[in-house]
Write a protein that binds this ligand. Structure first.
Ligand code: ZN
Length: 60
């Protein structure tokens, strides 16, 4: 079994993604008003990046 490609540390809460966002797990567009997990990925340089993941993403 492969290691997780997405390090999902610190998923904050369930919310609605802004339009035009993409699921960080399956890389598919998130529909408007679709519920998602909101999270932040820390980067070594710069501010954390806010990412979204389908609430019931099959890769989650
Ligand atoms: Zn997804």
């Amino acid at each position: 079994m492969a290691a997780a490609e997405t390090d999902a540390r610190g998923w904050d809460y369930v919310t609605y993604a802004p339009s035009g966002e993409t699921c960080s797990a399956c890389m598919k567009p998130i529909k408007t008003l679709e519920q998602v997990h909101r999270g932040a990925l820390e980067r070594q340089s710069g501010a954390p990046v806010v990412v979204y993941r389908h609430l019931r993403c099959r890769r989650g």
